[in-house]
Design a protein around this ligand. Structure first.
Ligand SMILES: NC(=O)c1ccc[n+]([C@@H]2O[C@H](COP(=O)([O-])OP(=O)(O)OC[C@H]3O[C@@H](n4cnc5c(N)ncnc54)[C@H](O)[C@@H]3O)[C@@H](O)[C@H]2O)c1
Length: 448
């Protein structure tokens, strides 16, 4: 008899976290069924087509579907029947008051609980980001005796754009459990991903849930801190990039998440900072630092448009602005909470015409804006006749821009670079008016 360590796993919610989880676990040899409420998404996945842009995911998906380890269903009952462990990775969006909306995740768990046949057992693993106490409350509500259902928390730390690499080689795996055998079982599930001795940390469920918020708030805090420093540098004639280099080599500080720019976006950092602010207030604590992280971020997102308006005579009506970059970061087509959207909204409401380009996110942006924004497959076509170029995402092709083409296409050589892609001296040499974040501006030469 061969002892197989592979499990029958179900993953509910085929988004960035769920689909990456399903593909990664199948690739490690587990038998995985992926489930989603979106039937069109399930059809595409069953054909081996990834529903969003994520480096390496397409290959992982098609290989594991072809190998017969990974299949998909829109029927939750099918997933509950086929799998012994059900991982839940559905959205936990922001409620109007800032808190985490647990409606979807609670609904899915309630349905799973109702579908488990009498006499059988399932382990439910919450991968969605949820407030501390959520898994404890689920256990109490759905199976207080712990006879049919076990609950674990297993937050995910992947970054969109590098989701597959992050999942396959995590810095650590965090598992929150209420009993030792469940911890050991999940540690076996993840064993193939920690062959380089990365730790599997077995915590309490509350500790694991809070770890996810803590990680995101610490990352968001670094971004707001470097942005605050950039704003101060700019006003004091200091180049923040010099300061970034000066501090980054200090091992206590480091370089990661220390890039000044248009602030953090995406579906996680803004949402999780908001949720922890609300949770803290509900717990009777005034989170002044978390409030400041959010406030700096909001200011950072709008600053480039305010600067543009100032440079174009205070009025954007009848001006044409080209926007490079719509995704909230390079390597993804995700535009949720993207700083670019806030900038475009401000430009449109000020009456500007917007011509946009993004290497991956244009279909998503087109679905949002329709004809209100003109979209161009070629980055340089977006520049034709533009009074200014606003750079919102640090996609690699923008770093390698052809400045002669930029100069010949634009009506006026004005670049507002929200991501610090270019060297001010280069821009000065080309005669381009150039504004970046936390660095002295390159202004047009004064006549005479
Ligand atoms: N995106 C990230 O980088 C990231 C990283 C770590 C953690 N998280 C957390 O993971 C969770 C999921 O995030 P995501 O970005 O993967 O979400 P997503 O929006 O990309 O995907 C969610 C999926 O769940 C499906 N879904 C919605 N309701 C459903 C239901 N009732 N039954 C089955 N499927 C349903 C949707 O159709 C969608 O395919 C969130 O709590 C998020 O905070 C996200």
């Amino acid at each position: 008899m061969t002892l197989s360590l592979s499990e029958n796993l179900g993953v509910v919610g085929m988004g960035y976290v769920g689909l990456t989880t399903a593909c990664g676990l199948a690739d490690a040899g587990h038998r995985v069924i992926g489930c989603d409420i979106d039937a069109a998404r399930i059809d595409a996945l069953s054909r081996g087509e990834a529903p969003f842009h994520e480096t390496g995911l397409g290959d992982l998906l098609s290989q594991n579907v072809a190998a017969g380890r990974l299949r998909f269903t829109a029927d939750l009952a099918d997933a509950v029947e086929s799998a012994d462990v059900l991982m839940v990775a559905v959205p936990t969006p922001t409620l109007p008051g800032g808190g985490a909306d647990l409606g979807i995740v609670n609904g899915v768990v309630e349905r799973i609980a109702g579908l488990v046949p009498p006499g059988s057992q399932r382990l439910i693993v919450i991968r969605s980001t949820v407030p501390p106490g959520t898994a404890d409350a689920m256990a109490k509500r759905f199976d207080p005796a712990g006879e049919r259902l076990r609950f674990a928390s297993n937050p995910e730390f992947l970054k969109e754009g590098t989701a597959v690499a992050d999942f396959m080689r995590p810095d650590r795996v965090v598992i929150g459990v209420a009993d030792e055998p469940t911890g050991q079982r999940l540690a076996r599930v993840y064993a193939p991903f920690v062959r380089n001795e990365q730790p599997i940390l077995t915590l309490s469920r509350r500790g694991a849930e809070m770890t996810k918020y803590a990680a995101n708030v610490l990352l968001a805090g670094r971004i707001s801190l470097i942005n605050e420093l950039a704003n101060i540098c700019q006003r004091m004639g200091v180049d923040v990039n010099e300061v970034r280099r000066g501090v980054g080599y200090d091992r206590r500080i480091g370089f990661a998440f220390l890039y000044p720019g248009m602030g953090f976006g995406g579906s996680c950092l803004p949402k999780d900072v908001a949720a922890l602010r609300t949770l803290a207030r509900e717990a009777g604590y005034e989170p002044v630092l978390l409030d400041a992280i959010a406030q700096v971020n909001r200011r950072q997102r709008l600053a480039p448009v305010e600067l543009l308006a100032g440079r174009l005579g205070g009025d954007l009506a009848s001006r044409t602005v080209a926007v490079w970059g719509l995704a909230f970061k390079p390597g993804t087509d995700d535009i949720r909470q993207s700083p670019a959207l806030e900038a475009i909204d401000a430009l449109l409401s000020a009456g500007a015409a917007v011509r946009a380009h993004d290497p991956a996110a244009m279909p998503n942006a087109r679905a949002l804006y329709g004809p209100r924004v003109a979209f161009f497959d070629d980055a340089y076509d977006a520049l034709a006749g533009a009074d200014a170029l606003l750079i919102c995402t640090e996609w690699p092709p923008f770093r390698r821009a052809d400045f002669q083409r930029i100069l010949s296409a634009m009506a006026r050589p004005l670049i507002v670079d929200g991501r610090n892609l270019y060297e001010p001296d280069t821009m000065r040499g080309l005669g381009i008016e150039y504004h970046s974040v936390g660095r002295p501006p390159v202004l047009p030469p004064t006549p005479g």
